[in-house]
Design a protein around this ligand. Structure first.
Ligand code: SAH
Ligand code: SF4
Ligand code: F3S
Length: 477
């Protein structure tokens, strides 16, 4: 896509949205107590980042946030369309809201995100979920204040135009707490893998300016965030849509120059695009975490071709070799789709064999889900659902053994852990991540949240590590 097709939303337009925010703030203050919003997010990091922006706008309108829809004045679901099960959950949740709306007709129910960018879904909500007041797609996010103002003035509002190309700045994010900050560097995707809905619901690739990305990184560093996750569906093609922009490798190095940021990660890298420069930057820059998510999807060349992934098994393995030569301790993770149309048991064996060959630390695996409008939706299936499930279970068995073995190799080592919070199960247990992104649980005081501490790994499981803090005096400085 050329620069011309990227629409940077003007400051003037963003100021107009700011005026709607002030107007709504005034309007909601009339209820005599702080209004509460319930926001639930499905899908990937990109969607969580969008939700942080929506929550930022809601905060600016005076909203606080609650944990249950029943306590909310505004209920919003930010949806994902990548697989059917994510969609089913949204419809289930929306159905359950009918009762709330009947009891409290003044409650505002809104749905946004990737699902809403699909015509058949928006239509279904319009016709069958009449208690939903506001529906808007990914392209309309920046004008949420204006849309909400319309709803408040009466009537249902639908804004799901497919007007790809928008890049917006200057929305306050209400981020997840310190220490991890998500920073989108680009939106959309040009790859059109045949199974995937993302290019249709997020539009073509467009990069933010390096200047605005770096300004955001400096801003989060000043707020005390220590780790940034640079986000994009394919970060390696950052800047390709603009002649003037720096490459992803250059951007990574610039982000490392920001004081206060101690760790830099990124998601996702398409294996066909990861460059030698990016590998070199990763190896040379201490702040770049030695972790790489490199989705392979399948180990069979025949299936990779049907998926339009544009690399072969051999090419992929060469990339892995290069990465490991540059960074022998790299933590590698991947995504796998089981049961893609046309996949035979022989193809599946090749996926198992690539898992054994690469020995990923972790895999994220999915059974293929048919997406309306994608080329794979019209391809012939070979295996039954039962066979696909059996293969899926077999794959987990193979991978769990590898993951556990890889984790056990950490026993006895000392790892620097960035403490993220108290564990879900116990207040006295802290949880954080190693540079490689492995979850570590250990006993410690909550005051350590946001700090880097050295932890000796005492035991390992398939999904996480356990340990004890060492050099505690130093860590408590
Ligand atoms: N842009 C990223 C993430 C895409 S979505 C990337 O290319 O890696 C995350 C993962 O969901 C994909 O890697 C793929 O494994 C899975 N996925 C996407 N569409 C799917 C579908 N229709 N059925 C099952 N899994 C799917
Ligand atoms: Fe989907 Fe492929 Fe784009 Fe990833 S690279 S978002 S899998 S089309
Ligand atoms: Fe889902 Fe949209 Fe992300 S479809 S995976 S939330 S880009």
């Amino acid at each position: 896509m050329s620069e011309r097709e990227t629409r940077v939303i003007s400051d003037e337009e963003m100021n107009r949205q700011g005026e709607y925010i002030l107007k709504l703030r005034e309007r909601f203050s009339a209820i005599g107590r702080q209004p509460a919003a319930f926001v639930e997010t499905y899908g990937c990091q990109q969607n969580s980042s969008d939700s942080e922006r929506i929550k930022g706008m809601l905060s600016d309108m005076g909203f606080g946030f609650c944990d249950k829809p029943k306590d909310a004045d505004l209920i919003l679901y930010n949806t994902c369309a990548v697989r059917e099960n994510a969609e089913l959950r949204v419809f289930g949740n929306l159905g359950a809201l009918k009762i709330i709306k009947r009891k409290r007709p003044e409650v505002i129910i809104a749905v946004c995100g990737c699902m809403m960018q699909q015509e058949h879904i928006a239509k279904r909500i319009k016709e069958k979920y009449r208690h939903v007041d506001l529906v808007f797609g990914t392209h309309a996010l920046y004008r949420f204040p204006q849309l909400l103002d319309k709803v408040v003035s009466g009537g249902r509002v639908f804004d799901t135009e497919n007007e790809s190309g928008a890049v917006y700045e200057n929305i306050n994010s209400r981020r997840d707490p310190i220490p991890l900050a998500k920073v989108p560097i680009m939106y959309g995707c040009n790859n059109f893998c045949t199974y995937c809905i993302v290019p249709y619901v997020r539009g073509r690739e467009r990069s933010r300016s390096a200047e605005s990305i770096l300004a955001e990184v400096r801003d989060v560093a000043e707020q005390g965030y220590k780790e940034v996750m640079l986000l994009g569906q394919n970060v390696n093609s950052y800047g390709n849509d603009k002649d003037s922009e720096m490459s992803f490798a250059q951007l990574l190095r610039e982000v490392c120059r920001v004081d206060g940021i101690e760790r830099v990660r990124f998601m996702t890298s398409h294996p066909k695009d990861i460059s030698d420069e990016v590998i070199a930057a990763m190896a040379e820059e201490d702040k770049i975490c030695k972790q790489l998510h490199l989705p392979v999807q399948s180990g069979s060349d025949r299936i990779l071709k049907l998926m339009n992934r544009r690399y072969t098994r051999e090419k992929y393995l060469e990339t892995v070799k290069k990465v490991r030569e540059a960074m022998p301790d790299i933590v590698l993770t991947t995504d796998i789709i089981v049961g893609f149309p046309g996949e035979t048991n022989e193809d599946f064996e090749e996926t198992l064999s690539i898992l054994r060959e690469v020995e990923y630390d972790t895999i994220f695996s999915f059974i293929y889900s048919k997406r309306v409008g994608t080329p794979a939706a019209d391809m012939e299936d070979c295996l039954t659902d039962e066979e696909k499930h059996m293969n899926f279970d077999r794959m987990l068995e193979v991978q769990n053994e590898i993951s556990k073995r890889k984790n056990m190799a950490y026993e006895g080592t000392v790892q620097t852990v960035l403490v993220e919070g108290a564990s879900k199960t116990s207040e006295e247990t802290l949880t954080g991540r190693t540079e490689g992104g492995k979850v570590v649980n250990f006993a410690g005081d909550r005051s350590l949240v946001g700090e880097m501490v050295d932890v000796k790994i005492t035991s390992a499981q398939t999904w996480s590590l356990f340990g004890e803090i060492v050099y505690q005096e130093n860590a408590l400085r």
